[in-house]
Ligand binder design. Structure first.
Ligand code: CTP
Ligand code: MN
Ligand code: MN
Length: 512
């Protein structure tokens, strides 16, 4: 039946093949059918020939790792071999039992080419798969803890993670932290997937996707949007809470109280300024700047300013950029900087001097410092009532920087402020307000602080949970110690800046 096509040639010729013509060289007649030809046993020559033929007939042909593939055509392989081959080629969204993509032998292909359209699929065309769903899903197993998952900066499930994050935010606004965490975990799992979820069945083997998240995902996949999420997004309370919590110094409690008092917008707040703390007033003043993403170049410029300040105040002290920028993000909501000195104890008093230097130079629009609370570390009574158990005890400064752009170059939304900032030299310039966190750590705790301040929040939370439940160890921004045996873990900084915590699991030698 297939004699009209050339048979497989010697292996040697495969490498010299010209690549098949671009997919759009012929008009697409069947946009809903996307073929994938299994090269195994078919050979490259024959695959190239059949690909060209299919495209000439108006069929789409894509690689195995494309999520769009609907029909997989194989010659001489069993169904299980085809599944194995697809997985090896990076195909992730396969649901064999659900029949997607459908696995076919070449008889279906030949008939389709002869008919000039996709042939009706009959049982004789189908390849039988003996392996069970569990086996297949086990191949794509996603670990439960976020710290065991590799998550890229750009992921493939943006639409779904956005709706889940909206739900997480809404739950947070309602004070339902457990519900918020559940949505946030579901989003975190989807961020780590190397494929785009297109059908709800693909969630079957994934951890941390609760019933509610699943329902919302299904709605979005099937209808393009979730009625529940749309309702939340358009609700008066969610919108007001979002506006208020974006003010520096405003948390859910305050925002909620303002909402109950009938306030809805920033204009309402302007009219009731007496309600604002000093911090919130500055936050409101710089609202637009502080809600404009901080660029990496801004973060680097600020790091340099702080480095200059530190050099003046304590030669030999270091400044390290942490937070999202350390994870490679190009933008963030603030700049997180860790200060330390290789001689333990030298860092005491550093923050005060640095702030004073920055303030004199006109770099600070606002700052609020907190002394270290190391005594709480030794006294569990004191430590246990700290507002959040994940909070650390380092000396810290929450600040708003005035970042100048020389020469009147307009950058981002900063724009020129009326009567704009005046630089040290007295020249008016363009500037923008940027949130900066400064944290001072004793040198011996620096690697733990760096690990803790690099984030993301989900990663850190799960790293602590993993330590506790899987390793019986307690990890904080200060130390890692065994909960049952009395020893803490030594920590080294490699020359490349890698933090190596002395555990066997390689999740801990994350390159920081
Ligand atoms: N962090 C912490 N203790 C705090 C505050 C923050 O350990 N008191 C950690 C957070 O868990 C997070 C990191 O420091 O992992 C940075 O926090 P943040 O700036 O809020 O988040 P980023 O991941 O940097 O996000 P963005 O880029 O938006 O700033
Ligand atoms: Mn940050
Ligand atoms: Mn921060």
């Amino acid at each position: 039946m297939m004699s009209q096509f050339p048979v497989k040639k010697k292996k040697k010729q495969r490498l010299r093949l010209p690549s098949p013509p671009a997919p759009l060289a012929h008009p697409v007649r069947f946009p809903k059918v996307v073929l994938c030809l299994v090269e195994k046993r078919m050979g490259a020559t024959r695959k190239a020939f059949l690909t060209t033929l299919a495209r000439q007939r108006g069929f789409l042909v894509e690689d195995a790792n494309s999520d769009r593939v609907t029909h997989v055509v194989s010659e001489g392989n069993s169904g299980d071999e085809v599944v194995e081959w697809l997985l090896k080629k990076g195909s992730r969204g396969i649901d064999v039992l659900g029949g997607c993509p459908v696995l076919l032998n070449t008889s279906w292909f030949t008939e389709s080419m002869s008919a000039g359209r996709p042939a009706e699929i009959e049982p004789r065309h189908r390849l039988q798969v003996a392996a069970h769903a569990e086996t297949l899903e086990a191949r794509c197993q996603v670990p439960v803890y976020a710290c065991q998952r590799r998550t890229l900066l750009a992921h493939r499930n943006q639409t779904l993670t956005e709706v889940l994050q909206t739900m997480a935010e809404e739950a947070h606004f309602c004070g339902s932290e457990a519900r918020s965490l559940a949505f946030s975990r579901a989003a975190s799992v989807l961020k780590s997937l190397p494929w785009t979820v297109r059908r709800v069945q693909e969630l079957r083997s994934l951890p941390c996707i609760g019933e509610h998240s699943r329902r919302i995902i299904q709605e979005v996949l099937e209808d393009g949007a979730s009625a529940e999420v749309e309702r939340v997004k358009h609700s008066e309370r969610y919108q007001a809470m979002k506006v208020f919590t974006k003010i520096f110094g405003v948390g859910v409690k305050t925002a909620s109280r303002w909402y109950q008092e009938g306030l809805r917008t920033l204009a309402d707040l302007q009219a009731h300024r007496a309600k604002l703390s000093k911090e919130q007033e500055v936050g409101l003043l710089h609202y637009d700047d502080l809600n404009t993403p901080v660029e990496r170049s801004d973060a680097e410029a600020i790091s340099q300013v702080v480095r200059d300040a530190v050099r003046q105040c304590l030669p030999g002290a270091s400044v390290t950029l942490a937070g999202g920028f350390r994870r490679g993000k190009q933008t963030g909501h603030d700049v997180d900087l860790l200060l330390t000195h290789p001689t333990e104890g030298q860092e005491v008093g550093l923050l005060k001097k640095v702030i004073s230097w920055l303030d004199k130079q006109g770099f600070l629009l606002y700052h609020s410092s907190r002394r270290n609370t190391f005594q709480a570390l030794e006294d569990p009574e004191l430590g246990s009532n700290s507002s959040a158990s994940t909070m650390d005890h380092f000396e810290r400064c929450l600040s708003i920087f005035c970042l100048h752009f020389p020469g009147g170059v307009q950058i981002g939304a900063g724009a020129q402020k009326p009567g704009g900032a005046v630089t040290g030299s007295g020249v008016s310039s363009f500037w923008k307000a940027v949130r900066v966190d400064l944290v001072v750590t004793p040198f011996s705790q620096f690697p733990f602080a760096l690990l803790g301040w690099t984030g993301s929040k989900n990663f850190e939370r799960d790293l602590r949970r993993y330590s506790k439940h899987e390793k019986k160890m307690a990890l904080s921004n200060h130390a890692l110690y065994h909960l049952e045996q009395a020893f803490s873990t030594a920590c080294e900084m490699s020359p490349a800046g890698t933090v190596v915590l002395c555990l066997q699991e390689n999740i801990f030698d994350r390159c920081l």
